[in-house]
Write a protein that binds this ligand. Structure first.
Ligand SMILES: NC(=O)c1ccc[n+]([C@@H]2O[C@H](COP(=O)([O-])OP(=O)(O)OC[C@H]3O[C@@H](n4cnc5c(N)ncnc54)[C@H](O)[C@@H]3O)[C@@H](O)[C@H]2O)c1
Length: 432
């Protein structure tokens, strides 16, 4: 099939590349000239495991092209994916400017039937807006599909190729047939292809993210209670997660969720409820608990090493909002580093992939060569992102370099017993 994908970000790049890998002819369009130039030189602008090889192979075999020329891409394709950003407005509602810009471009350049597939995360009713925008500009036949993306940064290629499910909101048989055909090889992995109406499909994406975020905030709300009463949040998570009705995932207390999706999608769902004059108190609380959790890291550090942080040095382990990505959007590290600098503390940061991106926010902190360099002269280690390489470092080597042996384990990856045996003053989240 001939496919155009608008947006060469995390979602557009992964979607377009994986569809090329499945044998389709794909052209990925972006308005960011530097990004397209990089991609045409074989440089992949984001870190996503496995993506580089697929991009290089499919570009070489001419199934994958990167371009700024949206008009040609529209005219030459029968399926057009919209995978552009949908950032939040000031009030938490979703800014649809980029989506509607693409819709206009499609409307102006339609030359034959097109199936327009919305992959961006958009509030209920957006498909209608896209349809109206296009219809006002053309008489050529087209269909709209809602096909929300559930990939997780860090395992996005695997998530696309072997998803838990593919949700497709349709309103015509023709659209259903084309989408079933497009995803036939993925459906062969016995993963359900769920066809539904467009509005349900649009809402499924927000409901999924809000539910996952809610589980995290639920545990984060219980963490201080565990600390007060001498319980352990990890034990609580294990105990409730063994219940089949609950399950074990997304029950980790920590420093709060970040990323480009949970914070904005929870706020957008809350704004949608408000727009329809419905109660949004539960959804609003999810985000409230989360911001409080990010803000509480500094209080925990003060509990650990004392109120005065001036001239104290912190080795920050992990900057990205989660492991295996270089994405810094809404990362808890951004909140903490800002607060530490405000308090007059010094920061020695280390992250395996996200240091370049962090420099845009904090150009003047010290970026370390590796985790051993980060601890030189530091008063406290602060583990914020659970990259695998932080799990089993040489504590003897680390102890030689630290000024004093304090560690805040923001993801509860270390055993408190082991850390205390190692002579550290240790603080986790939701532990005694
Ligand atoms: N990142 C994720 O993990 C993830 C997962 C699921 C869904 N989503 C959703 O997918 C959408 C895209 O997210 P992302 O993380 O890929 O965003 P991103 O910011 O990484 O990329 C968006 C890209 O769209 C480009 N763009 C903007 N206007 C354009 C236009 N008119 N024509 C062509 N390109 C244009 C931008 O230049 C940018 O490169 C969002 O709605 C997001 O909520 C993201």
């Amino acid at each position: 099939m001939k496919i155009a994908v608008f947006g060469a970000g995390y979602v557009g790049l992964v979607t377009g590349t994986c569809l090329a890998e499945l044998g389709n002819e794909v052209v990925i369009v972006d308005v960011n000239q530097e990004r397209i130039n990089q991609l045409n030189r074989g440089i992949v602008p984001i870190y996503e495991p496995g993506l580089d090889e697929l991009i290089i192979r499919n570009s070489k075999e001419k199934r994958l092209i990167f371009t700024l020329d949206g008009i040609k891409a529209i005219k030459n394709s029968e399926i057009i994916f919209i995978a552009v950003g949908t950032p939040p407005n000031e009030d938490g509602s979703t800014n649809l400017t980029f989506v509607l810009q693409v819709a206009k471009e499609i409307g102006k350049n339609m030359n034959s039937y097109k199936l327009i597939v919305n992959k961006s995360t958009v509030p209920v009713g957006t498909a209608d807006k896209v349809k109206k925008t296009i219809s006002e500009l053309t008489d050529v036949e087209f269909d709209i599909v809602s096909n929300p993306e559930f990939l997780k940064e860090g395992s996005a290629v695997q998530d696309f190729m072997v998803p838990d499910r593919i949700v497709v909101g349709i309103e015509s048989e023709k659209a259903e047939e084309i989408m079933a055909d497009l995803y036939s090889s993925i459906a062969r992995t016995h993963k359900p292809l769920v066809f539904t109406d467009i509005k349900s499909s649009e809402l499924i994406k927000y409901a999924s993210n809000a539910m996952l975020a809610c589980r995290i905030s639920f545990m984060n709300q219980l963490a201080p209670l565990c600390e007060k009463i001498g319980a352990d949040i990890k034990e609580v998570a294990k105990g409730i997660g063994l219940d089949d009705r609950i399950g074990p995932r997304f029950l980790q207390a920590g420093v709060g969720y970040g990323g480009s999706c949970f914070p904005k999608d929870v706020q957008s769902l809350s704004a949608t409820l408000k727009e329809y004059r419905l109660e949004n108190d539960l959804i609003e609380s999810i985000e409230k608990v989360n911001s409080r959790q990010k803000d509480s890291i500094i209080k925990r550090l003060k509990m650990l090493i004392g109120e005065d942080l001036k001239d104290k040095t912190f080795a920050i382990w992990g900057l990205s909002f989660k492991p295996k990505t270089d994405d810094m959007r809404e990362a808890p590290s951004l909140v903490l580093i800002k607060q530490l600098l405000y308090e007059g503390a010094k920061v020695r940061a280390f992250d395996p992939e996200a240091m370049e991106n962090t420099k845009q926010y904090f150009p003047d902190i010290y970026y370390s060569e590796d985790l051993y360099d980060s601890v030189k002269g530091a008063d406290c280690i602060v583990l914020l992102t659970e990259w695998d390489e932080f799990r089993n470092p040489s504590w003897d080597k680390i102890k030689e370099s630290l000024s004093s042996l304090h560690i805040f384990d923001g993801r509860n990856i270390y055993s408190s017993k082991k850390m205390i045996e190692n002579e550290f003053k240790y603080l986790g989240v939701g532990k005694k």
